[in-house]
Structures are given as C-alpha cells and as structure tokens.
Design a protein around this ligand. Structure first.
Ligand SMILES: *[C@@H]1O[C@H](CO)[C@@H](O)[C@H](O)[C@H]1NC(C)=O
Ligand SMILES: *[C@@H]1O[C@H](CO)[C@@H](O)[C@H](O)[C@H]1NC(C)=O
Ligand SMILES: *[C@@H]1O[C@H](CO)[C@@H](O)[C@H](O)[C@H]1NC(C)=O
Length: 429
C-alpha cells in the first residue's frame, strides 16, 4: 500500500481501526457488572464511568425508541450500561479525547447496512457532542441532513504506522483529540486523519499529500431529503458521500470554500437541480466529482477547466446542454488527471477536437445526447423538444481565472480501480 489513493479499502480499514482501538479501554471494567444485570434493570448515573456516557446512554435510548424497523436486531444490543463493550451497543465506539480530560465518551457511530428506519437523525447525532465519525450507509432516516451546530468538538485522528505494541494488524494508532473551532452547522463526523502508511519500513511511511485535515460525511443509501445546507462549503469536508438519497435543490455556491479540503464528492442519484455552479470548478483538489443521475441543467461552466485533480467526473443523466468545453477534455492530457468523463444522457450538441479524441480513447462517454454526426444519440425530435424549452442558466464564458494552486505536478491520466476511492468504496461496501 503506497498511499490513500492506491490502497483499496482504506476507509474501511480506518473504520476498523477506529472501532478496534476506541473500543478497547472500557471492556474489563464492565465485565463483572454486566453478568449481574437483568434485562429489566434500568441503569442509573452511578452505573456509568462518567456523566458523558450516562448522557449518551439517554440519547441512544431515546433514538432507539424512535426506530420503527430493525431487521437485523442490532438495537437489541443497545441495552444496559456498557456503551463501550465489544458485544453490547453494536455500532457505537468510545474514545478518550484529551479535550474531555481523557474520559471515555462515544466518539464514533458506524451503522452501515443495518437498514434501520427512523424518522430523523436530529436529536441523536447532534446530541452526541463528542462524535468524530458518523458513517451510516443503507439505512432509512427520513429527514434532511442533520444540522449539528451543537457539536462542540471536531477531532484529529492520526493514523500512523509507527505503532505501539498493542496495535492493529496493519499497524495504526488513532489519537482522538479536539481540533479546530466549532463549525457552524457542522455536518457530522469531523475527522482530521493524518494517514501515514508505509511499506513496512521502521521509519513509518509517507504522509499522504493533502490528507492531513480530513473530515467525512458518509450517508449513501438513506432517505435524506431537502436541500444541501447553504453553508456546506464551511464544513471542511474532504469526503462527502450522499449518493442514492432524495436530496433536492441546487449545489450551494459556498461549495467553493471546500477548495482546500474536498477530495471526493458523491451526489449520484438524487433529485438535485439548478444550474451547475461556476464555483464547482474551483474544487482543484477533488479527484471525484459525481453528480450523475440528478436534474441539473445548463452548460458545463468554463471553470471546470480548473479541475486539475479530477480523475472521475460523472454528470450523466442530467439535462445539461451546449458544447462540452474542450478545455475540460484537455484535463485528460498534460493539463490534468481526468480518466473518466461521463456525460451520457444529457442534451449536449457539440464537442471540440480534444473531446473527440477522448471519445475515441474511450475516456469520454457522450451517448444519448444531441451531437450530430455521432452514433447512439437521442432522436432529433427529442432534442428539438428540449431545445425549444426556455433556458435560465448563464451561458458558458470563454475566460476563466483558475484559483492559484501550488506548483502542480505535471498531469497524467490517472486510471485506478473504483474501490480505491473512499466514496465509491463506501457505495459498494
Ligand atoms: C432480538 O434480540 C432479542 C435479544 O437478544 C431477542 O430476545 C429477540 O428474540 C430478537 N428478535 C428477533 C426478531 O430476532
Ligand atoms: C489536522 O491535523 C494536522 C496534523 O496533526 C494539524 O496540523 C491541523 O492543524 C489539524 N487541523 C485542524 C483543523 O485541526
Ligand atoms: C466511468 O464512470 C461511470 C460513471 O461513474 C461508470 O459507470 C463507468 O463504469 C466508468 N468507466 C470506467 C471505464 O471506469
């Protein structure tokens, strides 16, 4: 494993590490107690190692009461006072952040694939103030994205190859400590993980460039509805995965403030709409931008030519039109790393020479558009009907000023396995 981008399921590994390490401390203290608990016994504050855990217990029990479906019976384990145990409270993990005087508290919630149904996450997520990671794909939480303004801490998670003895299989330490200021309307899981994964040499491997301040919100396959929060750009997110929900409305223009942090954004398969914002092109660190299968319209803004790190750009299945900017296609050459540009199922009407080359290379997919002279296009009547509708989005400009980026390495088409992307990996786990 060389770095974050070549190690297949890095995020899954990270989760395992968080799980394994943070779950470690509390176990033995509780074993003796637990044997004496009866099912009907309702724990009292004194039964918990500290007040935080007692409060978390109350929050979890309240949330449990709102769950309407639990086919895998996980919530049956959410009982008693051992929130940090290995077999109790499945999905909850504890840590002892230094900002909490090293007192044990709930720091991660990982509820993937349990198919839990609950009317909302509000009142749950926002009431676990020490949460560093929330990863809950494939559930059914019928609400909009919770606003976690109440979260007092974001965390720094250092994952390092230089391991103390009790460490994990592949060697990692996780240090949880408060980092940064309170984020307004912070979304969830504020991970600041520094990944050092070496090839096994004692020196401890290399720092993944740019991956020192990462935060993740991973909520694929839920029933989240409503718009993306207008201030999402201030979330400092690095990984945003919201595929297969029911989100509506536009991509907020504040998105450009994720310029220094965002590596991957998965908005695939929602009901998002509006013009593609110019600001999206400012995400110069992003390797994945996937807004496929939504209701976006307008031309591709010329600013997309600034996406010098993008490897996977999927805008398929929208109502985009106009010319595919040739400057965007040049990102698959020396100007960038583009390896897959998927624009099928739109209403584009023309492509320039660089794009034509990409079509021939199999990098650009433009089937089911309105491009004359190309195979597999929409029927002329369908194109004419679309073209006759009024168009509200600003026309693509010819001039664009890209954000200044630190001396970029020469671009190279970057072909890699889908599972090596954090967000795509979480889509298929
Ligand atoms: C769920 O777990 C509880 C406690 O372990 C058990 O009593 C109950 O029968 C289980 N229900 C199902 C549907 O498996
Ligand atoms: C994230 O971690 C790095 C490395 O430990 C640190 O330099 C940086 O300040 C942290 N970022 C935040 C927002 O705390
Ligand atoms: C390119 O991206 C699209 C959309 O994400 C995907 O369906 C397709 O399999 C990808 N193609 C290759 C060759 O990776």
């Amino acid at each position: 494993m060389g770095n974050l981008h070549t190690s297949p399921s890095i995020f899954v590994l990270l989760c395992c590490c968080v799980a394994a390490i943070v779950a470690y401390p509390a176990r033995s203290e509780f074993l003796t107690h637990e044997n004496h608990l009866s099912v009907s016994y309702s724990p009292q504050p004194k039964d918990f190692p500290n007040e935080q855990l007692y409060r978390a217990y109350l929050v979890i029990q309240r949330f449990k009461g709102t769950i309407t479906s639990d086919p895998k019976n996980v919530t049956a384990t959410w009982t008693g006072n051992d929130l940090c145990g290995k077999t109790s409270y499945v999905g909850f993990y504890c840590g002892a952040p230094s900002g909490r005087d090293n007192k044990l508290t709930v720091t991660a919630v990982i509820l993937n694939g349990y198919n839990l149904h609950a009317p909302k996450l509000q009142g749950f997520l926002d009431q676990l103030p020490d949460l560093a990671l929330f990863h809950a794909a494939s559930n059914k939480f019928d609400s909009d994205i919770p606003r976690l303004a109440g979260l007092a801490y974001s965390y720094e998670l250092g994952v390092s190859k230089d391991m103390p003895a009790q460490a994990m299989r592949w060697g990692a330490t996780v240090n949880l400590g408060p980092a940064g200021a309170q984020l307004p309307n912070c979304i969830t899981a504020n991970l600041n993980f520094t990944v050092h994964i070496g090839s096994g040499d004692k020196k401890g491997g290399s720092n993944v460039p740019g991956a020192t301040d990462s935060k993740a919100l991973l909520l694929n396959y839920n029933s989240l509805s409503g718009p993306l929060p207008a201030n999402i750009g201030f979330s400092k997110l690095s990984y945003l995965a919201l595929a297969n929900n029911k989100l509506t409305g536009p991509i907020p223009s504040s998105i450009e403030h994720l310029q220094d942090s965002l590596f991957e954004m998965l908005l695939l398969n929602n009901q998002l709409s509006g013009c593609l914002p110019h600001e999206l092109g400012m995400l110069t660190k992003a390797a994945v931008i996937d807004a496929g299968m939504n209701q976006f319209t307008g031309p591709i803004p010329s600013s997309f030519a600034c996406l010098s790190s993008v490897e996977q750009l999927n805008l398929a299945g929208n109502s985009l039109y106009g010319q595919v900017p040739d400057a965007l296609c040049k990102l698959a050459g020396p100007a960038g790393r583009l390896a897959n540009l998927t624009l099928s199922g739109n209403y584009f009407t023309s492509v320039g020479p660089a794009c034509t080359e990409l079509i021939n290379d199999g990098v650009l997919d433009v089937k089911d558009n309105c491009i004359r002279g190309l195979a597999n296009q929409r029927r002329p009547a369908e194109c004419a009907a679309f073209q006759s509708q009024p168009k509200m989005c600003p026309a693509a400009t010819t001039q664009v000023t890209c954000p200044a980026t630190p001396a970029t390495v020469p671009g190279e088409r970057k072909v890699r396995d889908y599972s090596s992307y954090v967000t795509y990996a979480t889509l298929h786990e």
